[in-house]
Design a protein around this ligand. Structure first.
Ligand SMILES: N[C@@H](CCC(=O)N[C@@H](CS)C(=O)NCC(=O)O)C(=O)O
Length: 224
């Protein structure tokens, strides 16, 4: 078995995506956590400075999409992608939608609401001295407020952002009421990518209850 180490924040949706990929492929791995002030060390792991980062038998890969492709090449079974090229193209777009659009709803619902933010800060400070939790609490709000304002959601009323998100969840419900997986007949990177974002929204946001109310989405999310 290869030596695999995932450098992560446990509550990062992209790190959750990589854990799901590794579990899908039945690969054993260890994790290294970057909670609290250790977050600064994550910047030095790669040029990009983001997590997840995966160490695989001495090779270092960053970016969840690149990690997925890397692991697919080395461990083709069970596959992450459908064999049919058209379905593979659909899986590609689902992944990109999850990573580039749904992700911002996750950030917004986690960091723009005081109760969700307090839960996230507690999780991001787990295992660290208590002063780091206080520090994180102080810096995180402003940091993410700037990011969501630049992206756009941060300049909309919260009610509108919630409506837009629930329209996405309703569309997922419509699809999943008629099909077991997002693309084709088996679990693919499409399901993994969307599930990873929704699971993190459900972990810290009051919208968890709204997700639970959609039976097909809820059942598919639990079937991971
Ligand atoms: N496209 C990247 C996105 C990774 C990403 O944005 N990670 C966040 C944590 S959820 C991060 O490292 N943020 C710290 C930063 O941007 O400096 C992937 O798929 O891995």
């Amino acid at each position: 078995m290869p030596a695999i180490v995932l450098h992560q924040w446990a509550i990062s949706p992209f790190c959750g995506k990589v854990r799901r990929i590794l579990e899908h492929k039945n690969l054993a791995y260890e994790t290294v956590e970057y909670n609290g002030l250790r977050a600064r060390k994550a910047k030095g792991l790669t040029e990009v400075g983001k997590l997840p980062v995966l160490d695989y038998d001495g090779e270092r890969i960053q970016d969840s999409t690149d990690i997925a492709n890397f692991l697919e090449a080395r461990h083709p079974e069970p596959p992450l992608f459908p064999g049919d090229p058209q379905q593979r193209a659909r899986a590609h777009f689902w992944e990109d939608w999850a990573d580039e659009s749904l992700y911002w709803f996750e950030i917004y619902f986690r960091f723009m609401y005081p109760e969700a933010r307090a839960r996230a800060v507690a999780l991001l400070a787990e295992g660290r001295p208590s002063f780091e939790r206080v520090l994180l609490g102080r810096v995180i709000k402003g940091m993410y407020a700037k990011k969501v304002a630049a992206q756009g959601l941060g300049r909309m009323p919260a009610k509108r952002v919630e409506e837009k998100f629930l329209a996405h969840v309703d569309s997922l419900e419509t699809l999943l009421a008629k099909q077991r997986w997002l693309v084709g007949e088996a679990r693919t990177l499409a399901d993994i990518s969307v599930q990873a974002q929704l699971a993190e929204i459900a972990r810290t946001s009051h919208l968890a209850g709204e997700i639970e109310k959609r039976p097909s989405v809820s059942e598919w999310l639990a079937r991971s």
